[in-house]
Design a protein around this ligand. Sequence first.
Ligand code: FAD
Length: 438
Amino acid sequence: MYHVVGGGIAGLAAAYRLQQRGHEVEIFEGSETLGGLAASYDTGGDPIEVFYHHLSKSEETIVELAEELGVGDRIEWLVGKTAYYVDGVVHPLDTPWEILAYPHMSVYDKFRLGMLTMEIDVRSGIPSFDTYDDLREFEDVPIKQFLVEHTTRGVYENFFEPLLDAKFGDRKEDVSAAWLLGRIKFRGERDLLRGEILGYPNGGFDALLDPLVESVGRETVTTNTYVTDLGIEDGEVATITTDQDGKTETHETEGVVVAAMPNVLEELAGYECEIDFQGAVCAVVTMDRPLTDTYWLNIADEAPFGALIEHTNFVPPERYGGDHLLYVASYVQSDEEWLATADDDEIEERWLDAIGELFPAFDRSHVTEFRLARAPRAAPVYERGYRDMVVPYDLADDVAEGLYYAGMASEAQYPERSLDGGVEAGFECADLIAQKND
Ligand SMILES: Cc1cc2nc3c(=O)[nH]c(=O)nc-3n(C[C@H](O)[C@H](O)[C@H](O)COP(=O)(O)OP(=O)(O)OC[C@H]3O[C@@H](n4cnc5c(N)ncnc54)[C@H](O)[C@@H]3O)c2cc1C
């Protein structure tokens, strides 16, 4: 029997693939629900993820999994409109002419930005098409230095800096240029006339997680059960200890996949991962009318949040009983900052006030529900040297034979952590186990 620690998408994917390869498996999930960071709230219609989620066109593993599970046709590819809020104005930035009309960058800045996004280096005046092929060359280059050298200061300050502020806060200067280039390559598909095409399952991500759980078998999963220890004998993982409401049990095991954050791996097996994580605070605001007509609004002004993500401008409100759903989200870099210490009511007050300041037509009476969630580890800080800190799938050489890791610190979660990366990491571990048993 193999064991999986964590019933998020990575753990479920690992168990699914292990079963396909003919192995018996059991999943232990500490909380009462499955899905981890992709868990959902109820609404007046379809469930909605606690933290905003969509797929990019380049993510294929999760789409293939959906097809295998017979729910591939549930994934819809929709236009997600993006815009910048600057000085009281929402500037749509999806189509070439919207970008040309954006007043906060010069025509030359836009040309340099366009060249970078097409991965063409025009620094010498003669276009070079292979400068950005090998990302390792940019691993140790700070992102700001790279952008100022490879585009212009205007592109950095007026386009990338607000995005980096929202994503990495005061850690932005630590981020590697290789990460940005990786993101540019990872970027999905654009409809030139309408904007970026993003995936979302009809019925929410539960439409994918539920059949995955059914396929793995409800009896395979034990919720409300924390894994508290791993027993290692003669260099091999031999036992796994669980705690369910104070009741401790030790099970013999053939091998363990830790499909959780790397701090769990450290607690269980002493493997230290040096990657820094940032937290996230995210609210789902239910409203009786729309706030904007944009899906993803980056706030380049002073605001106590980084982005407003109006889900029902992406997926129609009819799916939610006619309600309009807005995510208000911010990353958290340190335990001392206001967001980390404020209680839920304070955050609700300040965020709704700030929305009112940005959009004078907004009124508190439009809000029918405000639900807040926190993730202490929501995303890695993709700083310089990140690739050397990634946790290997197979920890035989580092800790013990029979120990595997599929989580946010896995290779598949670079350059962006995603559900697709979780599935890939789970599959990688299961395939390595299967190979060793062949
Ligand atoms: C704000 C935010 C926005 C995101 N946006 C997107 C997006 O748009 N698109 C996208 O694809 N992805 C997005 N993601 C990322 C995506 O949610 C994650 O990459 C993915 O869910 C990670 O899955 P996982 O299984 O590796 O980890 P998790 O979902 O964290 O699952 C780990 C599980 O392990 C359990 N666990 C921990 N310790 C123990 C223990 N000792 N014993 C038993 N169980 C334990 C936890 O309870 C948890 O359920 C977003 C994430 C966040 C936070």
